[in-house]
Design a binder for this molecule. Structure first.
Ligand SMILES: [Zn+2]
Length: 396
């Protein structure tokens, strides 16, 4: 077990600049960091339990090392130990963020696993675990000093990894399933992933991998019957082993409706006949960091939409700072808020700012009458644009 050292912040690194030369700072391998986050709405702490060589080439981009999106409740940031210069960063979210807003999570402390995959540094670096303060700004929650790990031979070589969006399907519950039937399911999942835009047009940008194993996913997460997630994130990554994974999709061998996703963490679908819609919707969350555009007053608990700040997600707004969202895409003369229009479910309708999104019927607005993130219509232009940007980031 690795002890951790909390340090004083070394100064703010340049944000957004993609001028880190991969070869100068990274070996080309992958560092796996197992963390634990423990707490409740009253507060939480995060620490490193163990880090080690994943024995696989770095699967992510070698040019987009600094996260260009201000999304996700948490962020991992790697800095040069000497100068504090930012070398790598990624935003993400986790189940704890939802747990702390449940009745149990308000006071009762609970422990959550995280696994972060980062490019293996050549030398001594600082790894910062950031979270958002009440003003939505990221700050260093914990900083650890990394001085190297025992490194072996890579089992996965780099090849196309840097320029492909690598999606790893973890197939849960398929151990006793015959090969022919298993291949049929894999084929169906391939079709589901590429069935809708913008994924459809980017088929060539993806490499898919299929791994059988128990990812620990169970229905009824936080008491919601159809919400299927895993608390065994380390086990999920043990199943993955060295499989390249810019994103992880867990497929349950179960016909029951359900799924879920956490931004830059993983997405889940079942074999329900609606999977053709459920999975693209969940990938909107898991890959795009998109918000739900539907209304569900049962879910609009806690502080999902702090009123004096824009929500992080690009596809909803509370009109506090609409220019930072999709205002510039609206045709001249569009009324804001935009009155509802009669639009068939198969279309988005005119772009606007329609009231009712992010679970709230009031004060939160969405870009279109219909969208994959609302009612399984095609992704609206705002959602689609963000997904395109993310795909581009992983393939440059
Ligand atoms: Zn949308």
């Amino acid at each position: 077990m690795m002890a951790f050292v909390a340090l004083v912040i070394l100064g703010v690194a340049e944000a957004g600049a993609q001028n880190v030369r991969f070869e100068e700072w990274f070996t080309g391998g992958t560092l796996r960091v197992n963390c634990l986050r423990e707490g409740s709405a009253q507060g939480d702490t995060v620490w490193v339990e163990r880090w080690y060589d994943r024995q696989a080439a770095w699967h992510g981009s070698r040019t987009q090392l600094i996260d260009p999106f201000d999304n996700g409740d948490y962020r991992v940031v790697m800095r040069d130990a000497e100068t504090g210069r930012e070398l790598f960063s990624r935003g993400y979210s986790n189940l704890f963020r939802e747990y702390k807003d449940t009745p149990e999570g308000r006071n009762e402390s609970k422990r959550f696993e995280e696994t972060l995959l980062v490019p293996m540094p050549k030398g001594k670096v600082l790894i910062a675990f950031q979270k958002r303060d009440k003003d939505m700004k990221l700050y260093d929650q914990t900083v650890v000093v990394y001085e190297g790990v025992e490194s072996g031979k890579w089992k996965v070589e780099s090849g196309e990894l840097a320029t492909k969006f690598d999606v790893a399907f973890v197939m849960q519950g398929f151990d006793g399933v015959g090969e022919e039937e298993y291949q049929k399911v894999c084929e169906r999942m391939r079709g589901v992933l590429f069935g809708k835009e913008p994924f459809k047009s980017h088929r060539e940008d993806f490499n898919l991998y299929f791994v059988k194993g128990d990812a620990g996913v169970e229905y009824n997460t936080f008491g919601a019957d159809r919400y299927a997630m895993t608390f065994k994130v380390w086990q999920l990554h043990d199943v993955l082993g060295t499989t390249p994974c810019d994103h992880i999709i867990i497929v349950l061998n179960n016909e029951k409706y359900g799924g879920g996703a956490i931004y830059n963490f993983y997405s889940v679908t079942s074999l329900h006949k609606m999977a053709e819609n459920v999975l693209p919707h969940e990938l909107g969350h898991g890959i795009g960091g998109l918000a739900d555009e539907y209304v569900d007053e049962d879910l609009s608990y806690a502080d999902l939409h702090r009123t004096q700040y824009e929500p992080l997600e690009p596809n909803i707004t509370n009109l506090v700072d609409f220019p930072s969202k999709w205002q510039s895409l609206l045709p001249a003369g569009t009324l804001v808020p935009t009155p509802d229009a009669e639009v068939p479910r198969t279309e988005n309708g005119p772009l606007g700012a329609y009231e009712g999104a992010g679970y709230s019927s009031k004060d939160v607005y969405r870009p279109a009458m219909h969208c994959m993130m609302r009612d399984y219509a095609p992704f609206c232009p705002v959602c689609r644009q963000r997904l395109e940007e993310v795909i581009k980031m992983y393939t440059r």
